[in-house]
Design a protein around this ligand. Structure first.
Ligand SMILES: [Zn+2]
Length: 83
């Protein structure tokens, strides 16, 4: 019973905001995808000047914008919702 009570305390309504959790997930996934794309660009330095390299760079750029967008949406939610 004690254990159950302490678990409930850890999940106050504000801390346990589903929308925030969803946005955090999206941001985390987007940030990870961007990091992987950057890694591929670095690995592809031997392809410098080829269309394939440009493709890797474009993909990384798009993922960076997506990760920024996800971070902004999470920030806006936190401000608006106070969570
Ligand atoms: Zn919230």
């Amino acid at each position: 019973m004690l254990r159950f009570a302490s678990m409930q305390a850890a999940y106050s309504p504000v801390r346990h905001c589903l929308e925030r959790a969803g946005l955090t997930d999206e941001w985390s996934t987007a940030a990870k995808a961007y990091a992987e794309a950057v890694h591929r660009v670095n690995e592809g330095l031997g392809l410098l000047g080829t269309p394939k390299y440009q493709e890797l760079k474009d993909a990384a750029k798009a993922l960076r914008l997506a990760a920024n967008d996800a971070a902004n949406r999470l920030d806006r939610h936190k401000v608006k919702h106070g969570c």
